[in-house]
Design a protein around this ligand. Structure first.
Ligand SMILES: [Mg+2]
Length: 403
């Protein structure tokens, strides 16, 4: 029974490849192994930023998201490469295949990072710790690259664990070890505490997680709203979020509420396009396609209309989602009153890799373009690329939804 209990509490694993892009470059070109390699930037000119720095480059203070110009000052003799996303994607596929051999509950966070829920896998594969070791070894054998693995009772602690002994780390955090690990940590180390939140906390004299724990929940909620409750829980190592695998995500949608209701149809369409792009970007990140496009419109009097259309072929491209959403609005004559809220989403989601190509699927070049845009947005943020039409209306609040 003791073993079984141990398994129940340690079911979540976070796997994160070490300096992934830079490691792939060093794998494929032995002459740059052991040298500072910086991936990113160059192809995009002077505004480029570092996508990944090898551990050798990190010694010079180079890190991801740093402008290339700055990296070059810190590490002038570094080897700067633009990156080969097709190669990274190919290796990533191999890594994810290994994960799926153990569990269907895999949540892809990015090309080189995932959460795995191993509940129910123990009879076949042993306890979580031995599965973790097997996965780590298989990744190394199959790709020649190292991964850091974190195992814990929940996502937050597993993510903390995988980061603790990077690179090539393997860290297990049991529930009775959470306090010992969290209490002395600087607040900035909590996953989800960004620079801004950290600054506010520090200004209030809250420097460590231990100090954060002393703040009553109601005070944190007053200070940070919804994030307050999250901070309260994270400080205690509590995280009840489930693994969002393909099968658990039912729909992806975005909506926008306007500060004053809109009558200008062009502006509404501009917002709809922006929302469609966000939906598609999240969809593609999860490697899914969706068969049903749905829209939502709300008027000043809170009267709300939902309409949907199921496509012949599942889609994951902005043009289809936007065009269908737009025609749903036009055909249902939804612009008869000023619009207060607009939303768009996709449901009936399926794993992209399980689908066959069809005559109507996007062409190769379109596929490549969308992938490139996704990559650039991953590196530079959502606002970096906008289609011409997106010179739009900034005054609205946005909300993401995912069920
Ligand atoms: Mg990584």
């Amino acid at each position: 029974m003791g073993d079984l209990n141990k398994n129940i509490e340690l079911n979540i694993m976070h796997v994160d490849m070490d300096a992934f892009f830079a490691s792939v470059e060093q794998l494929d070109d032995p002459s740059i192994r052991g040298k500072p390699v910086i991936v990113g930037g160059t192809a995009l000119g002077k505004r480029g930023v570092v996508s990944t720095a090898s551990y050798e480059a990190r010694k010079y203070g180079v890190h991801s998201a740093m402008p290339i110009i700055k990296a070059k000052k810190l590490c002038p003799h570094g080897i700067y490469v633009p990156g080969r996303h097709h190669r990274y994607a190919e290796i990533s596929d191999n890594i994810f295949e290994i994960f799926y051999n153990y569990t269907p509950l895999v949540e892809k966070i990015s090309i080189d990072e995932a959460f795995l829920d191993l509940t129910g896998c123990h009879r076949l594969f042993g306890d979580t710790i031995s599965i973790g070791k097997k996965i780590k070894n298989e990744v190394k054998e199959r790709t020649g690259l190292t991964a850091s693995v974190g195992i814990a009772p929940n996502k937050f602690m597993a993510k903390m664990a995988s980061d603790m002994e990077k690179p090539d780390g393997f860290v297990v955090i049991k529930s009775d070890e959470i306090d010992k690990i969290l209490i002395p940590l600087p607040v900035g180390k909590l996953w989800g505490v960004g620079k801004k939140t950290e600054k506010i906390l520090r200004e209030k004299g809250i420097k460590t997680v231990g100090m954060l724990r002393k703040i009553p929940r109601s005070d944190l909620e007053k200070m940070f709203g919804k994030l307050g409750l999250r901070l309260y829980n994270l400080a205690r190592g509590i995280d009840n979020r489930n693994i969002e695998s393909f099968s658990s995500v039912k729909s992806i949608s975005h909506e926008a509420t306007f500060s004053s209701s809109l009558e200008d149809i062009d502006k509404i369409y501009a917002v709809l396009l922006e929302l469609s792009q966000k939906v598609v970007r999240r969809l593609r990140k999860k490697q899914m396609k969706g068969s049903t496009v749905f829209i939502k419109i709300r008027y000043d009097n809170f009267e709300t209309f939902n309409r949907s259309l199921t496509l012949k072929n599942p889609a994951d491209d902005v043009d289809t989602v936007y065009r269908v959403g737009k025609s749903l609005m036009e055909e249902n004559n939804l612009f008869k009153k000023p619009v207060r809220l607009v939303g768009i989403g996709l449901e009936s989601l399926t794993d992209k890799n399980q689908q066959q190509l069809s005559l109507f699927s996007s062409s190769d070049s379109e596929e490549r373009l969308s992938t490139t845009i996704d990559n650039i947005k991953d590196r530079f943020g959502e606002k970096s690329i906008r289609r011409a039409r997106n010179l739009y209306y900034e005054v609205y609040e946005q909300k993401n939804k995912q069920d």
